[in-house]
Design a protein. Structure first.
Length: 445
């Protein structure tokens, strides 16, 4: 089935639904459009293609835009079904007939899409809880407190119920220990419930890192209150204002560190100074711009990525994305960019320049890359790895890496290095850096 015919599959269904909504008889609509009722019947049952003047005539009679008949409102539903098929390739969904299925069984199509979204939500919930159990220090401390207290109570109880006689003084001491440990257990259980309770009541459980990213995204990654040499009070005010999103102690701790670094960057590189140095249009070079303004490339990248969107637009600059990682390769900061999705969980593509920079510390890297499987995914990246924190004599530094992402040149050729997002959804075949099989497929690497 050709693409044009697949597009016509739903057009007839839309014409029939619109006609019935207006209360028109098939013969009446056919007469107004200048065609026979039998031909209109074939169109409405998706057995004849339609376009050109006839489509315009029917759209005018039905009082709708022609695109409402030829494209309809099913684009989002079709995209959801295609994503569902990509997420479950073992089901063998027939993508060639997806539009026919949607047109003939719209209710079932909606159900499949809703079930797929529900499965995705549940999977993210499990992943988020697993991430919290593995990385949330406050939750780990509460769990440890509960388990250690239970162990202490159990050990004391075994002594009290043993066969060996116990002096009254020692028995009283053991009773007091059990009483005190029981109070500790109750307090530890309360904290544990508090740590989990707030996020379990939310519609979707998120990890502290995701909560911080949501908080930053809601503010456009730009905080006017921290511009102009703001002090710690301004950071505390922002954390208090964002308490609804930063519901856990771990999220507030991570957000506090991000905001403190933002304030330090803003003090070193005021917005007005950066705006004056920004070129009018064209590609940005954070290393050269940083050298001009007396800032290291990492700080320059962070500052560029958090500039107001209207300021960038006024300078003819496209939006910028930024991602950072620590020495282990774990992502610590994510500002997504359109058409360059960033992984929510697990490790990113090992072929990103971000990770190449870790093997060549202090060397700025610039590279144009293409995302595998995405025709529009050409990007110019700048990456560098620098020491994190103060350097200490006779001690190897710990590095962190930054990668600034901006839309690449339109005239980019097909020989560009191709990278993915994560191995699980990367369609690139025969990749030397692959860690796990992909659920996607691609004809060539």
């Amino acid at each position: 089935m050709t693409q044009g015919h697949r597009g016509a599959v739903l057009t007839g269904t839309r014409i029939r639904e619109r006609r019935m909504l207006l209360g028109l008889r098939q013969s009446e609509l056919a007469k107004r459009a200048g065609i026979s009722a039998s031909y209109l019947n074939l169109i409405e049952h998706n057995r004849r293609r339609i376009g050109g003047k006839l489509l315009l005539s029917l759209a005018e009679t039905l009082e709708v835009e022609p695109s409402a008949l030829s494209e309809g409102a099913e684009a989002a539903l079709l995209a959801q079904l295609r994503q569902a098929a990509a997420d479950r390739p073992e089901a063998g969904a027939d993508l060639e007939r997806i539009e026919e299925f949607t047109g003939r069984f719209p209710g079932w199509a909606q159900l499949v899409a809703q079930q797929s979204r529900r499965l995705g939500t549940l999977e993210r919930t499990v992943e988020a809880l697993t991430d919290r159990l593995a990385h949330d220090p406050h939750l780990a401390a509460s769990l440890h407190e509960v388990l250690s207290t239970v162990t202490a109570i159990h050990a004391t109880s075994e002594i009290l119920v043993g066969d060996e006689p116990i002096e009254p003084e020692w028995r009283a001491r053991f009773h007091r220990n059990i009483h005190e440990d029981s109070a500790r257990l109750a307090e530890g259980a309360r904290r544990l419930v508090e740590d989990l309770g707030e996020e379990e009541r939310a519609e979707e459980v998120t990890s502290p890192q995701e909560a911080v990213e949501g908080f930053l995204s809601a503010n456009g990654f730009h905080f006017p209150a921290l511009e102009g040499g703001a002090g710690p009070e301004a950071v505390e005010d922002l954390l208090e204002a964002g308490r609804g999103q930063l519901s856990s102690r771990a999220a507030r701790l991570i957000a506090g560190r991000v905001l403190e670094r933002y304030a330090a960057d803003a003090a070193a590189l005021p917005v007005a100074r950066v705006a004056e140095a920004l070129p009018e249009g064209g590609a940005l070079d954070p290393a050269a711009l940083g050298a001009r303004l007396g800032a290291d490339p990492g700080r320059m990248m962070r500052r560029l990525a958090t500039l107001p969107a209207d300021l960038l637009a006024a300078k003819g600059q496209a939006p910028l994305g930024l991602v950072a990682c620590d020495a282990s390769g774990t992502l610590t900061f994510r500002k997504p960019l359109d058409h360059f999705p960033l992984p929510r969980f697990g490790a990113a593509c090992p072929l990103w320049p971000l990770f190449q920079a870790l093997s060549r510390p202090m060397m700025p890297l610039s590279q144009v890359i293409r995302l595998a499987g995405r025709s529009e995914g050409v990007f110019l990246t700048h990456a560098i790895a620098q020491p994190a924190g103060p350097q200490v004599a006779n001690r190897d530094p710990t590095f962190e890496a930054h990668m600034l992402i901006q839309p690449g040149p339109v005239e980019a050729n097909d020989d560009l290095p191709r990278v993915g997002v994560t191995c699980r959804i990367c369609p690139k075949a025969d990749c030397r850096g692959r860690r796990e099989p992909s659920i996607m497929a691609e004809g060539s690497a």
